[in-house]
Design a binder for this molecule. Structure first.
Ligand SMILES: [Zn+2]
Length: 347
């Protein structure tokens, strides 16, 4: 290929890219389609490359998922189409990402490759509306025999409905959850990497809870914090741990953590320890003193069961529970800050 030609081809392919990260040949359409993504991938394959911003591309497919577990080329379609589904599945697999129901298996495999032992808590939950959810908590343990233990947790589910989005069509779509869900899990995987390379000074449990964000946080909270409540009722032998730290919405590019109200009320000594550790690492401009908000989050379910758990959460995030909670809002440097603090806590 002549020099410069591949660059020209990439520019040509990228001219079909839409704001949602997907591809589509029809200039009139505002969003990418599964078919467009498939063609875009093929074009990159022809020049021996993979599409840039692959996560953004995969997230654009999230909007095209249908309630029957397939994909359509049109957002909000009631049932999937064969071609769109084949294109979407091919693309997701080709880029090395798990297809929907396999996401938990993928996460489990990542934890098993790093931890000393991994427990799976599989359970069902019947929602207010009578739907049966099949959920899984994943617990990765380092030094499982150690009596003194620290628990880090994050939720790995994402909200099925983006009810804070601007319009009704978007509100029916799932939240991609790059920050609300995935950021905390990413930190736990980074911590797992560090602890595999060098075992911790105390026992460490990394817990990925399911079903945090399914239902309402208002009056009836029976369909939220589902996994954390299950774990609180089914704790490992030797529990409670010394303390627990929940990481939720920790990846914002513009990252600031204040004390969370319920954490400071129940476990101020843990808040103090975490914030001091952050200050010692030079992160005093990110971990700021004082309570700003009190949140109902997974740590509350653990507190009710006697675990001194706190929430490290940056709730100042305009994309919360919208379809815009996507990977471009999250910074690797922000995840690094939180991961550094977590690792330092257990060295
Ligand atoms: Zn949420």
């Amino acid at each position: 290929m002549p020099r410069g030609l591949d660059q020209a081809l990439i520019e040509r392919i990228e001219s079909f890219r839409k704001a949602d990260g997907g591809y589509e040949g029809d200039a009139k359409l505002a969003h990418g389609t599964a078919y467009g993504a498939f063609v875009g991938l093929g074009a990159y394959e022809d020049i021996g490359r993979t599409p840039p911003h692959a996560l953004k591309l995969i997230q654009s497919l999230k909007r095209l998922e249908t309630p029957d577990g397939a994909w359509s080329n049109v957002p909000g379609a009631p049932i999937g189409a064969t071609n769109a589904t084949a294109g979407a599945v091919t693309l997701i697999r080709h880029l090395g990402f798990p297809v929907n129901e396999r996401a938990g298996d993928w996460l489990l495999a990542q934890l098993r490759a790093r931890a000393d032992t991994v427990w799976v808590q599989a359970f069902t939950h019947v929602t207010n509306r009578g739907d049966t959810l099949h959920l899984r908590n994943l617990l990765a343990r380092f030094r499982p025999g150690a009596a003194e233990r620290v628990l880090f947790l994050a939720h790995w589910d994402t909200r099925p409905r983006a009810d804070q989005s601007q319009n009704l069509g978007q509100q029916r779509l799932p939240v991609p959850g790059a920050n609300d869900g995935a950021s905390g899990v990413a930190v736990l995987l980074g911590v797992a990497d560090a602890l595999k390379a060098k075992p911790p000074g105390v026992g460490v449990d990394l817990l990925c809870v399911d079903g945090e964000d399914y239902g309402d946080f208002g009056k009836d909270t029976s369909d939220v914090l589902i996994g954390a409540r299950y774990f609180a009722a089914h704790q490992p032998p030797g529990y409670p741990p010394l303390y627990g730290v929940l990481f939720d919405m920790v990846g914002d590019k513009d990252q600031q953590f204040y004390y969370e109200g319920n954490s400071q009320a129940v476990a101020p000594e843990v808040v103090d320890r975490v914030w001091r550790t952050a200050a010692d690492l030079g992160y005093g401009r990110v971990f700021l003193p004082g309570v700003k908000q009190a949140l109902i989050d997974d740590h509350v379910a653990l507190q009710r069961a006697g675990i001194h758990a706190i929430d490290v959460v940056d709730f100042d995030y305009p994309y919360w529970h919208t379809t815009e909670d996507t990977i471009d809002k999250v910074a690797a440097a922000s995840l690094q800050v939180v991961g550094d603090v977590a690792v330092a806590l257990v060295r």
